[in-house]
Design a protein around this ligand. Structure first.
Ligand SMILES: Cc1cc2nc3c(=O)[nH]c(=O)nc-3n(C[C@H](O)[C@H](O)[C@H](O)COP(=O)(O)OP(=O)(O)OC[C@H]3O[C@@H](n4cnc5c(N)ncnc54)[C@H](O)[C@@H]3O)c2cc1C
Length: 207
């Protein structure tokens, strides 16, 4: 039977506030799919680096892409391990004390190695998945990348193996005596929403 959760390893075991940790595919994948971007970090030439970048997922594989000369991709090709963080902020948590202020969030962390995608079928499927995440159905509307564009771009994929999610939800948790304070407390919801599309009306050359 197919596993429906990622194995917990010593690296991915949530220790602080462990009850907020989750490893099931459903939770992890929903966060990865909803979040537009991730932060990828790795050590390059002995120094820590971080890259904010778009990501998307297909099954248990996480994709990122970018300029083929990207220094972090070079380190990945050389075998460097990467850590990925994906974050959704759902609300500010305003408590009655400064100490208990918090954030409602859903986040994912993954550790592993990215490899360059060279298989032509996987490559084109990955581009389709990226386009369709940006805007559903987009891949079937646009011009597909040509040879030069493909050469300028690296598609990198990581198999999701060491992965954890962490989720905080609900109201603030104050110290018992602080509930008597006359301080407003509650949640200020946060969400990223798509606005009304603004069409590019630039005339095309020769028009
Ligand atoms: C938007 C946001 C704001 C936050 N603000 C703060 C803050 O101000 N201060 C603060 O201390 N913490 C904050 N956190 C929580 C923070 O991400 C860590 O979970 C926390 O600091 C504990 O870190 P640790 O290294 O002790 O975790 P440990 O429990 O020791 O981490 C062990 C393993 O648990 C997993 N894990 C830990 N945290 C996460 C996570 N967030 N998502 C997915 N997997 C995780 C990883 O696999 C990690 O390797 C915030 C999280 C988010 C998403």
């Amino acid at each position: 039977m197919m596993s429906t959760a990622y194995d917990v390893t010593e690296t991915t075991r949530v220790k602080r506030l462990a009850d907020r940790g989750a490893y099931d595919h459903e939770t992890v994948h929903a966060i990865l799919d909803e979040a537009a971007l991730c932060h990828v970090s790795l050590v390059v030439d002995g120094r820590p680096r971080v890259l904010p970048t778009l990501h998307w997922r297909s099954g248990n594989r996480l994709y990122i892409h970018g300029n083929s000369k990207n220094g972090l991709f070079r380190a990945m090709r050389d075998g460097a391990e990467a850590a990925v963080a994906v974050t959704l902020m759902d609300g500010w948590v305003l408590a009655r004390s400064a100490f208990h202020h918090s954030v409602n969030y859903r986040s994912v962390m993954a550790v592993g190695r990215f490899e360059e995608v060279t298989d032509p079928d996987e490559l084109m499927a990955a581009y389709r998945a990226m386009m369709d995440k940006i805007h559903p159905g987009r891949w079937d509307q646009v011009r597909w990348p040509n040879e030069v564009e493909l050469k300028q771009t690296s598609m990198m994929a990581m198999d999701l193996v060491e992965v954890s999610a962490k989720v905080r939800s609900g109201p603030p948790v104050d110290d018992a005596e602080d509930y008597a304070l006359s301080v407003w407390a509650g949640i200020v919801p946060l969400e990223m929403v798509k606005g009304e599309p603004i069409e590019d009306t630039a005339p095309h050359p020769g028009q």
